[in-house]
Ligand binder design. Structure first.
Ligand SMILES: Cc1ncccc1-c1cc(O)c2nc[nH]c(=O)c2c1
Ligand SMILES: [Mg+2]
Length: 214
């Protein structure tokens, strides 16, 4: 049977990227997805904004919702200082299997931990299961329909603290209108929009950065 899109992306990484070199994994994926086969990675343009938010924050505990092939886990993981950790949740087992290989190829298996399952099931268990108190940074990049429910759950589970930064992908394309309305109206958040483009295309998209005021 045919290979899947994530499997073809992984093959490009294994054929062309330097093992243990996150920068080369990122550039191989961006070149492959721009020139051969589009895939829903956050990409290089929005990725540059992601990098600047992470670098400025220098977080110790990071949560990513939606791993896909591991591109943004590598992008974030490569910027984390020693002792810092990224926990990334992925619902789709086929995506998770590819992402584990990509994260390992980048040499980030000690910084990035991939957990398979539904965010709604895992969020209430993160404290007791992984000994996490609160998150410094959260990247939302899974299902637009789940963004709002998941941040409300994170609030309920007291996994946010004063200053926690949430960054949401695709708030324009495909769009997360209920999430945007909530973070922009709620007194609990200070929110701003970073206009950009849908990965590897000219279509508009952007990232919403929201600081939890607690
Ligand atoms: C797949 C797709 N087609 C057309 C336009 C946008 C998308 C798209 C882009 C993304 O960055 C996504 N990130 C996380 N989850 C998604 O479902 C997703 C979908
Ligand atoms: Mg996305």
């Amino acid at each position: 049977t045919r290979t899947t899109r994530p499997q073809r992306l992984l093959k490009a990484v294994q054929d062309r990227a330097i093992r243990g070199n996150p920068k080369s994994v990122i550039s191989v994926i961006d070149h492959y997805c721009r020139n051969q086969e589009w895939a829903m990675n956050v990409g290089d343009e929005k990725g540059f904004i992601l990098d600047s938010v992470v670098s400025e924050l220098n977080p110790q505990t990071v949560l990513e919702l939606g791993t896909y092939c591991g591109y943004s886990a590598v992008r974030i993981g490569r910027l984390l200082h020693s002792g810092a950790r990224l926990l990334t949740l992925e619902f789709n087992p086929d995506y998770a299997a590819v992402a584990r290989e990509v994260i390992s190829w980048a040499g980030l298996e000690n910084t990035v931990q991939l957990v398979e399952g539904a965010s709604g099931d895992w969020i209430p268990r993160l404290r007791e299961h992984f000994g996490i108190h609160t998150f410094d940074f959260i990247f939302l990049d899974h299902w637009k329909e789940g963004y709002l429910a998941d941040i409300k759950l994170l609030e309920e589970c007291r996994l946010l603290r004063k200053g926690t930064v949430l960054l949401a992908d695709n708030v324009v394309c495909p769009g997360a209108p209920d999430y945007l309305e909530y973070v922009r109206k709620s007194p609990l958040y200070d929110s701003r929009y970073f206009k950009s483009h849908l990965e590897y295309t000219k279509a508009e998209d952007g990232l919403e950065k929201s600081v939890y005021l607690g």
